[in-house]
Design a protein around this ligand. Sequence first.
Ligand SMILES: *Cc1c(COP(=O)(O)O)cnc(C)c1O
Length: 455
Amino acid sequence: MNDHAPNSWEARAEEYSLYGFTDLPSVRDRGTVVVTHGEGPYIVDTNGTRYLDSNSGLWNMVAGFDHTGLIEAAKAQYDRFPGYHAFFGRMSDQTVALSERLIEVSPFARGKVFYTNSGSEANDTMVKMLWFLNRATGRPQARKILTRKNAYHGVTAISASMTGKPYNEVFGLPLDGFIHLTCPHYWREGRDGESEAQFTARMAAELDEVIAREGADTIAGFFAEPVMGAGGVIPPSGGYFQAIQPILKKHGIPLISDEVICGFGRTGEVWGCETYGFMPDAIISSKALTAGYFPMGAVILGPDLTDRLQEAIDTIEEFPHGFTASGHPVGCAVALKAIDVVLEEGLLDMVRAGAPRMQAGLAEIARHPNIGELRGIGYMWALEAVKDRDGKVPFDGSLSVSERIANTCTDHGLICRPLGQSVVLCPPFTLTDAQMDEMIAKLDASLKQVFAEVA
Ligand SMILES: *Cc1c(COP(=O)(O)O)cnc(C)c1O
């Protein structure tokens, strides 16, 4: 039991704050880490303890926690115009400038942008756009949404229904009409003797079968993260997008790339769809869009959906959707700066330069017999812990291996996130070589300690 004084930050947090996505036994044992500020990739708590945050907050703080340029951009915009909406034919100049810039850096030759406050809301908005479009064009039955098991698309009722994780059962979700296909994770889902190419072909055949079973005219869209993030950093099997995209095209089903994590450099290219060589019909963006310095999400529509949606909207002369803070001028000013910081001021180059060092360091750790798989790309990696490597057998749930790993890392001054029995590493792009080595060394020591305890 933790022994915080009743008036401590920790005790006050536990008294008045309802925790989300938090393992409560760990909090009861160890207390809450109450954070006051950050220094580069480190966070500092109320006791002055520093932790290297190898998860960039929640994947989003790609420029670290004290980037002067981003802070100045926000301050300057607060001085100019601290808040406005984007309804009724009015919007801020920063909103106009950001949409133009987003289309410029998107893979699309032209398109349009719609703003939200989060990634969940952006996915939710995209689904509503598809439902709206289909009803307006005489296809009201085309409402089903296809995603994959282990996908993470958010927490609103719609985006949680798209998320392919069992924990949503506690809410009675998914809603009807949200269909989860097999996760394209060859190491975990591949059958004995099945090659990766055969596995990919099986994933494509499954998609074909599901479309035939459900009826192509009942399906509104297929959403996919280029690399699944919160599902455990799962890159697609070889040729996956090349195999599924023609099937979707044949049936006229839009492919939406959820780039909330992959977008803006995480995979080593601007977009994950570029890394994996496919052209989506729309992109969902958030997280690194503002480098985490303002809550913001965006739906970026490619040319075809832009034209079809605009035409549908024109028939009723209004799209009845939007959030009070959609296209907030401070968020847009911060996003404009964040895009420059990542694309023009060297952060994307740092990912490209640092990725081989990160991969090599993790590959060394992955030689431990209790690591089943190392997977990832760019600056997003996962190590999956196993009791038995050859049989890919996970540790017994009662050992709480993932919580032990996270807690032991915290004791070593390293924040890293357990996901299932995997440990996720997705550091800020600004990491120096020395900080990278510190991250790897602390992870290595923590894993060895935990495996010695449970093996
Ligand atoms: C985080 C995430 C979301 C949800 O974004 P929120 O801002 O937390 O609502 C959606 N999709 C992906 C791929 C994500 O990683």
